[in-house]
Design a protein around this ligand. Structure first.
Ligand code: NAP
Ligand code: ZN
Length: 368
């Protein structure tokens, strides 16, 4: 039975040289823009040069805010937004991995609204922000096509999402990911895999998100199983990983994420574990649960991808460079309170509860 509702208003332009080939789209957004990025990736990827050439061709003035850190802080987004408002920019261009792209989304709100930092969480700003264009340089978050901005709140160091912020245009050119290091390539591939796996087995999945998820899962496992022993990926493999990351973004645009993300956040917030690795720590548990409770979907996944549950888990574990540790009881109890209040487990397979979450946590991180 066809079961499907899907909303993704972003114009996605996919393929090599898509910025250069579509430079004529830029002037529709105004005469002055702010480029939001981290310190190095915009330049290192080649994306910044392509954007600057397009802006020059159409006489568009620009300023750059290149201070976005990994796991961007709300205060950084607010600072950039205030600057954009002061400089009267018409639109924002985000270049980078998930961190600068998510920051761009929040900047687009602060640039239009002179509000306090955390007020951004108090209402939806759908279609009530400066227009923004996104150019991804990692093959992981799929933030180019999702409506989420995952921002770290300065007050408590916790990650919290702003929703309903879609880009006007997303330029997707896998060649911008070719400058990524091996470690970031692996961590971001695991993030994209987690989006596909969590979305596939969660209760919000539908016909279309399942198609995207299976495509993404297949591509990522194929690349990881054929990765060279010298720790490098070919450009063709990076092309596949980038496609998979977009599939993953399209999946979570429909389904949202599930317990690998909500449980993994504390590893990034408190132990500086890369986002994709933090999700991968919980992914084998999630897959087991999916195979236990969604048996038809599990059979379909194995049939279509040709990977068994055991094979999937061992590939993930072999790429997850992380050693679990004993968790002090006080920290465990604090997580219990945090997760109970956030109530973010509803969509995981088998009506996953906070008690189930603690059981998973205790299995991976014994109380120390
Ligand atoms: P990232 O934090 O954006 O970047 C990680 C590192 O890779 C940075 O040092 C960055 O440099 C560098 N880098 C990026 N692209 C590069 C390139 N092409 N060449 C060389 N270096 C490059 O990593 P990410 O994994 O893409 O993003 C993670 C963030 O996204 C987290 O905050 C996570 O919570 C969020 N996220 C968002 C969504 C969503 O739907 N919005 C989904 C999942 C995760 P620079 O510092 O110079 O940029
Ligand atoms: Zn993620």
């Amino acid at each position: 039975m066809l079961d499907l509702t899907y909303y993704m208003p972003t114009k996605m332009i996919y393929g090599p040289d898509c910025v250069k080939k579509n430079a004529a789209l830029f002037p529709a957004y105004g005469k002055k823009c702010m480029i939001v990025s981290g310190k190095h990736s915009a330049k290192a990827s080649g994306a910044l040069d392509d954007v600057l050439a397009a802006l020059k061709e159409y006489d568009i003035e620009w300023i750059q805010f290149d201070e976005v850190e990994q796991n961007p802080l709300l205060s950084t987004c607010k600072r950039a937004g205030d600057l954009a408002r002061k400089e009267s920019v018409d639109f924002i261009i985000g270049i980078g991995g998930g961190s600068p792209l998510d920051a761009t989304k929040a900047v687009s709100v602060f640039a239009k609204h002179d509000i306090q930092d955390e007020e951004i969480y108090s209402r939806s700003y759908q279609n009530d922000h400066l227009p923004f264009l996104l150019i991804g340089t990692t093959a992981g978050t799929g933030s180019e096509v999702t409506p989420y901005a995952v921002i770290t709140v300065d007050r408590d160091g916790r990650k919290k999402s702003v929703k309903d912020l879609f880009a006007e245009i997303s330029f997707c050119d896998y060649r911008y990911t070719c400058s990524l290091s091996y470690d970031v390539t692996v961590a971001t591939a695991l993030d994209a895999l987690s989006h596909c796996v969590e979305g596939y087995f969660c209760s919000k999945a539908d016909t279309l998100s399942d198609l995207f998820a299976i495509q993404g899962i297949q591509l990522i496992f194929d690349v990881l199983t054929n990765a060279a022993s010298d720790g490098s990926f070919t450009d063709k493999q990076k092309q596949k990983l980038y496609a998979a990351s977009i599939y993953g973004g399209l999946v979570i645009t429909k389904t949202g994420t599930s317990f690998c993300h909500s449980m993994g956040y504390f590893l990034t917030e408190e132990y500086q574990v890369a986002h994709g690795i933090a999700c991968a720590v919980f992914m084998p548990e999630y897959l087991h649960r999916g195979f236990d409770y969604e048996t038809k979907k599990a059979d379909r996944l194995t049939y279509e991808t040709d990977y068994t549950l055991g094979e999937m888990c061992s590939i993930i574990e072999s790429f997850t460079d992380f050693q679990p540790f004993a968790l002090p009881e006080a920290k465990r109890n604090a997580l219990y309170e945090l997760w109970k209040a956030a109530d973010k487990f509803g969509s995981a397979p088998g009506e996953f509860t906070i008690e189930d979450a603690m059981e998973v946590l205790d299995r991976i991180f014994p109380i120390g």
